[in-house]
Design a protein around this ligand. Sequence first.
Ligand SMILES: Cc1ncc(COP(=O)(O)O)c(C=O)c1O
Length: 360
Amino acid sequence: MTRPHPHIARMSPYALADLSAPEGKTLISLSQNESLRPPSPKAIGAAAHAMGTSMLYPDPDWTDLRNALSDLHGIDADGILCGNGSLDLIGCLARVFSGPDRAVLAPVHAYPFFQTAARMADARFDTAREMDVTVSVDALLASVQPDTGIVFVANPGNPTGTRIPKSDLIRLRQGLRPDILLVVDEAYGEFSDHLGEMCFDMIAAGNTVVLRTFSKAYGMAGFRVGWGLFPPVIAEEVRKVMNPNNIPASAQIAAAAAVRDDAYMRETCEMTAALHDQAATGLRDAGFTTYPSFTNFLLLNLGSPEAAASADRKLRSEGVFLRPQGGASLPHTLRMTVGSLDAMNTAIEILTQWKQEGQP
Ligand SMILES: Cc1ncc(COP(=O)(O)O)c(C=O)c1O
C-alpha cells in the first residue's frame, strides 16, 4: 500500500469557494475577488490568435511578457519570473526557503494560501497579531523566531483589504534578519498604484521578493498568470523547482497584450473603485460596518461568528455567495467582491432583509 508523506497526510485540502446555488436560484458569486470586467479585448484577440500555434510548447522564459512588464514598470526584465498564477510562485518560494527547519511567518489574518504553502513544505506556520485587521510591523518583528525562514505579507491584504504604507514595509525589511526572505504579495497592488508607493525597488536589498498577478485588476483569473520581481540569486533557486513550461502560450501572449493596454486596466481600477464606494455607502446606509479597503472587495463585520454564519446562510438560500472568513481567523466577517451594481445591490437587499428579520 502506498502512503503519502506524513506532513501531506496531515494537511486538509485548500478550501475553495462553495458555489452551489439552490435549485431554481440564479447564482450570484461575489466570492472570489474576480474582476467585474472581462480581460482587455486586445488580450482576448491575442490569445485567440495564439491558439493556432498550440502544437508548440510555450516560451519557458516568458520573454515577451517579461519585456512588456519591464517597459511598463521600468524594471529589469531579467529579475522577473512568471508563475501559473501567483499561487505557483508562492508555492515555489515556500519549497525553496522553508521546511522542517525553517518556519514561515505571516500576519494572523493573512491570505490562507501562505499557510497551505508552508504546510506543503512541512514548515511550521507562525502568525503575528494585527491591529484593527491591519498588518502590524512591530508584531511581526516581535514574532520572528530563530528558525524563521520566510515572512509573507500581502499588501493590500486579503481578506482584510487594508494596507500599510511602503515606509512600514521598509521598516519591516530593516528589522528582519538578512537571512529571512520577505515576500510582499501585491495581488491587489494595481488598485492602489495611484498612491505612488510601488515597491519594486525593495528587491535591491537582495532578500525581498515582490509578487503581482493578472487575476485581479487585469480580469484574467482564468488565464492563470502571476509574476514577481526577484533578486537574481533567489530567482536562480526558484527556477529549479518550477514547472519549466508553467504558463500556456495563449496566456502569456494575452497577458503581454494586457500589459500593453494599460489604459484598459486603469479604467477597470477606476470602475472598481467607484462601485466599491457605492457598495460601501449602501452597506453603511443599511447599518453594516465595513473595513477600509484598497482592493476589489469589501470586508463586512457582522459582529459575531453566529451572525456571520446566519447572514451567509440567508444569502446562499437566495443564490448569493459572499465568502466567510473563518479560515483567516475572522469568523465574524463576510468578504464581498466588488461586482456589478445589480449583484451588490441584491446582496445588500438580502442582508437588509436578514437584519429586519432579527437574525441570527
Ligand atoms: C493575496 C493574494 N495572493 C495571491 C492570490 C492568488 O492569485 P493567482 O490567481 O495569481 O494565483 C490571491 C488570490 O485571491 C490573493 O488574494
